[in-house]
Design a protein around this ligand. Sequence first.
Ligand code: AMP
Length: 111
Amino acid sequence: MNYDKENIFAKILNGEIPCDKVFENDYVLSFKDINPKAKTHLLIIPKEPFIDISDFLQNADKLYLSNFWASVDEIINNLGFRDQGFQIKTHKGKDGGQEVFHFHLHLLANV
Ligand code: AMP
C-alpha cells in the first residue's frame, strides 16, 4: 500500500481542510476529533507521511521517532494529564478499524 496524498489528514496538514488545532510543532499536529468518543478526544499526527503505526515504527528515523514521542508527552503535560488516567489508541489497517490512512494516535480522557 502506498501513502495516499489525498487522505483527509494530509489535507488538514497542507491547510486545504480546517481543523480544531490544539498543538503544533515541527513534528506533530494535534486537533480535536470531529466525532469525539470521550470528553477529551484529540488526534495526534506526525507531519511526515506515514500510513500507519507499522510504517511509522519501521521507517521513521530515530531522531524523528524521539521528537514525535516527546511531542506526545508535551501535549499530555499541556493538558495536565500526566497525573491522571487517559488512553492512547491507534488503529492499524482496515481490519484494525483504521479509516484514515495517515498514522494517528487517539488521546482520550473523561475530563
Ligand atoms: P481511525 O479509525 O483511527 O482511522 O480514526 C479516524 C478518526 O478521524 C475518527 O475518529 C474520525 O472521527 C476522525 N476524523 C475524520 N475526519 C476528521 C476531521 N476532518 N477532523 C477531525 N477528525 C476527523
